[in-house]
Design a protein around this ligand. Structure first.
Ligand code: NAP
Length: 455
């Protein structure tokens, strides 16, 4: 049922040269037979080919490049109309059934004004195009579970904040959808909004996603297509457990790999983080979800016709405690002492925190992201279909970052070059890859001889 929903359909995907988008494109093409998949890429087909070649094993990158169902549209979502020609825009409007918008900046340091160009405006433009499309069945916006991270600072008595799959209004008694256009005007005019300043967000990025969610809901309700909008909220995305192959990851889009790199290269004996948990090592947690869970939840909910917000998270059973997270990171150090975590009850923006804490501000927090909609979907699906989907992460193994050594080293070298540190020293500080990455088939059930297009 899930995969059949895409047979004969036309899709428009953004972000397919990124971590989530490439995994989603591969999964979709391996499991179903869409008629056509338009993908947006800066640099067009050539750009896509070179980015996939860097991101994926040769077999999979070539399969994507040669797949006749894919049409790469050369465009940049920060340009007017994504830089697409009128005829391309018309083609999308006339032919696309499913829009999946995964392109976004994921820079946590960006200011709200910059995010208005790279997150909010492009999402609004694409959603409005989708909502006026003739054949629209669904529009998917990939948001973040941390769009509601400001709730951490709202109730100081609770050290495990529950977040439901809903919109949380920022201003009491105000309809969150109808407040959104005014806030959007303020962002465009002043680079900020009263509601943003009134709440303690860890990053402007989180608020930008919050506002985008509400804007999309507002425009969908105006067009009478609220039921066709799906908002997927991943938590911290980590390497794949199964698809497209175990360990699939990128260095720059996996925040915890960047954290591991910071641990490996940290010369000191401690790092200072902010928390209000009484026993932070054991009670604060990180929710890291494998990318294939994000992909399968997106495609399964889309096929099932789910609308509104859906969390794509590890959830209560998959979260790791900060103690386990730190232990895994310390194991990767070659410097002969472990980094001890120190805690302060200062705010998560406090200047005295260690550099890692000032970016990855959620260390020291704990969020219980509900996943009721996925639980309900799993109950509806036939057993054989459920088993073939990766809706939940496998929690049987201990948390480890050992399989990410290549990326830790890459990030370390990049950091060394940026900070003008001796690169050889960084190489010495990084552990060698434990074993060669498993060479994947194009897809689990494929033989190397079967081109994607003939499936
Ligand atoms: N990674 C995480 O931990 C995480 C967590 C929660 C939510 N998310 C959300 O998940 C989605 C996917 O993130 P990701 O991890 O896959 O990010 P990613 O690896 O950085 O990929 C981002 C994608 O967006 C594209 N893009 C960026 N700016 C663009 C522009 N101006 N025009 C056209 N395309 C542009 C990139 O294209 P280029 O190849 O041309 O750069 C790339 O394909 C995002 O919406 C993100 O906010 C991610």
């Amino acid at each position: 049922m899930v995969w059949e929903a895409y047979n004969g359909k036309t899709l428009f995907l953004t972000g397919t040269t990124g971590f989530v988008g490439s995994a989603l494109l591969l999964r979709l093409l391996s499991q179903s037979r869409p008629e056509r998949v338009f993908v947006l890429c800066r640099g067009g087909a050539k750009g896509a080919a070179s980015k996939w070649a860097k991101l994926l094993p040769e077999l999979q990158a070539t399969a994507l490049v040669q797949d006749p169902r894919i049409t790469v549209l050369d465009g940049d979502m920060t340009s007017i109309d994504f830089g697409l020609s009128d005829s391309d825009v018309q083609l999308l409007r006339e032919s696309v059934h499913f829009f999946i918008h995964a392109a976004s900046t994921i820079h946590l340091r960006m200011k709200l004004r910059e995010l208005s160009y790279s997150v909010i405006a492009p999402s609004v433009w694409l959603a409005r195009l989708a909502f006026s499309s003739r054949k629209l069945e669904r529009f998917v916006f990939i948001s973040t579970a941390y769009a509601n991270a400001h709730l951490w600072t709202q109730d100081a008595s609770c050290s495990d904040v529950q977040i439901k799959e809903q919109i949380y209004p920022l201003i009491k008694d105000e309809n969150p959808f109808f407040a959104a256009p005014n806030a959007w005007q303020d962002v465009q005019k002043n680079g900020s909004t009263a509601e943003f300043e009134a709440h303690n967000y860890p990053w402007a990025y989180a608020y930008a996603k919050h506002l985008t969610e509400r804007l999309l809901l507002f425009f969908a309700s105006q067009r009478g297509v609220l039921g066709k909008l799906l908002i997927v909220r991943p938590s911290v995305i980590g390497p794949a457990q199964q698809y497209p192959f175990p360990g699939f990851s990128t260095a720059t889009s996996t925040p915890t790999t960047a954290c591991a790199t910071a641990f490996v290269l940290h010369p000191g004996r401690s790092m200072l983080f902010a928390t209000r948990c009484t026993d932070p090592a054991r009670t604060s947690t990180i929710d890291e979800v494998p990318v294939d869970v994000v992909v399968d939840r997106t495609l399964a909910h889309l096929a099932a016709g789910t609308s509104g917000c859906v969390h794509a998270v590890a959830g209560a059973p998959g979260r790791v405690t900060i103690e386990d997270w730190a232990r895994a990171n310390n194991k990767e150090r070659r410097i002969p002492w472990h980094v001890k975590l120190k805690w302060t009850d200062a705010d998560w923006h406090a200047r005295q925190l260690c550099p890692l804490a000032r970016i990855f501000k959620i260390v020291g927090t704990s969020f219980d992201f509900r996943q009721d909609k996925t639980d309900a979907l799993a109950r509806q699906l036939p057993q054989h279909e459920l088993q073939a989907l990766k809706l939940y992460m496998d929690t049987s193994a201990d948390y480890s970052v050992a399989s990410r050594r290549r990326h830790i080293r890459e990030l370390g070298i990049e950091m060394a070059q940026r900070k003008k540190w001796p690169v050889f020293l960084v190489k010495l500080m990084c552990r060698k890859e434990a074993r060669l990455q498993q060479q994947p088939h194009v897809y689990p059930q494929d033989s190397a001889e079967t081109p994607l297009s003939e499936k």
